[in-house]
Design a protein around this ligand. Structure first.
Ligand SMILES: [Zn+2]
Ligand SMILES: [Zn+2]
Length: 393
């Protein structure tokens, strides 16, 4: 008995000395997918089921300029016969499928958001976030903005410039949020798709908080080219400006932007390439949105993290490794006298602590590894993760 007491006391004393990081509850989700409601090639339920079966806790079907709330009969085309889309759908969902034939054409009714949500959501385990990709363009430059947890449809915006369209869309989202009292946010998609949106465009915006630091669609040029910044360089350039002008820092999201569900290759936009991990105990749309607004998430294209913590003048990262691969944790930041983000610290350990310095303005981290992605967005791609920029505390 005495020994047990001594042992218990020792454990209590040791526990109170060791800085054990709080256990974070990471929920995996993808906020950017397309279905037959716009230019994706499968039914929403089939897409949702894939994510549900692959250990995601939330998904948003974000079709172009629709919130999937009207009656729509989809005409089965050659592409659908080739992909066997209807047969696969019927095999999985049976009597739930509604079809009708007229002359030689088969039509299938697309289930609305309310219907597919009711069918596939599992309370506390898997949630389906209502979404729209508000899709506009200016002089052939694409301007695509996702609205996660949207309530009411926002029509594509017409404007006098790329910036004008972006700002008007953001203003619509802020107004709708206020009006409906529902947490929702806009995130600006794939800036380098058609090189439609530049860092200078971002800098002119007010109320912009989220963008895609990683998008898994093969046409989005995450890495930039000789004439254009990479998305990561853009992120830093925008945040240097936002910080100098007293605006909140821009957060980076990872997404699939999946369209193709029948053929897997680097020429197709497939599921499972980019996602976010959100630190939230609850799995419902409002909780996920609020946690992301608080910066409690990281973006990933394959690297998993156990801990992301900024506390007591430090930024602590711990990797959840895949056995047999190497990892690097790199901290980047802006210094008070600086005009650009610089590398602050690099480590090959599976965890790293960066001690904030008095001249740090903001700090973020990127985690890289040498393991190759199975179905990459680009040949030779290796997995990464990006944590959010924080202002030292
Ligand atoms: Zn898009
Ligand atoms: Zn899209």
């Amino acid at each position: 008995m005495k020994n047990v007491l001594i042992l218990s006391l020792t454990i209590i004393i040791l526990a109170s000395c060791a800085p054990t990081p709080p256990k974070q509850e990471w929920k995996k989700g993808n906020l950017h997918t397309h279905s037959l409601w716009s230019d994706g090639d499968d039914f929403p339920e089939m897409i949702i089921k894939w994510y549900k079966d692959h250990d995601y806790q939330f998904i948003a079907i974000s079709d172009h300029n629709t919130i999937a709330n009207e009656e729509r009969w989809y005409e089965m085309k050659d592409r659908e016969s080739k992909n066997n889309t209807l047969a696969k759908y019927k095999k999985t969902f049976g009597d739930w499928v509604e079809e009708k034939d007229s002359a030689d054409v088969t039509y299938v009714r697309l289930k609305t958001y309310d219907e597919y949500r009711l069918k596939l959501e599992t309370p506390d385990k898997f949630t389906i976030i209502k979404s729209e990709e508000v899709t506009s363009s200016f002089e052939r430059k694409p301007v695509h903005i996702n609205v996660s947890n949207i309530e009411n449809y926002i029509p594509p915006i017409k404007g006098e410039s790329v910036v004008d369209i972006m700002q008007q869309t953001l203003d619509h989202v802020h107004a709708q949020r206020k009006e409906t009292n529902t947490p929702m946010f806009a995130h600006i998609n794939h800036p380098n798709f058609g090189y439609g949106i530049s860092a200078d465009d971002f800098k002119k915006l007010h109320g912009e908080r989220f963008f895609e630091v990683y998008n898994g669609h093969p046409s989005v040029h995450n890495e930039g080219d000789a004439d254009h910044m990479s998305i990561e360089e853009m992120w830093d350039a925008v945040n240097v400006s936002y910080q100098k002008h007293g605006k909140p820092l821009l957060y980076g999201i990872g997404t699939d932007d999946s369209h193709h569900y029948h053929t897997l290759s680097s020429k197709h936009s497939n599921s499972g390439r980019g996602w976010v991990m959100v630190n939230s105990t609850k799995i419902d749309a409002n909780s996920i949105i609020l946690a992301m607004e608080a910066g409690e998430f990281y973006a990933s294209s394959g690297v998993r993290l156990k801990t992301v913590l900024h506390k007591d003048h430090t930024y602590f990262i711990e990797v959840d490794p895949v056995e047999g691969f190497d990892y690097e944790i790199i901290f980047y930041g802006l210094k008070k006298e600086g005009n650009a983000v610089v590398e602050l610290q690099r480590s090959s350990d599976l965890s790293a602590t960066y001690k904030f310095q008095s001249d740090d303005v903001f700090v973020r981290a990127k985690i890289t590894t040498n393991y190759a992605i199975e179905n990459p967005y680009k040949k030779g791609e290796t997995a990464q993760a990006w944590t959010q920029p924080v202002i030292p505390n």
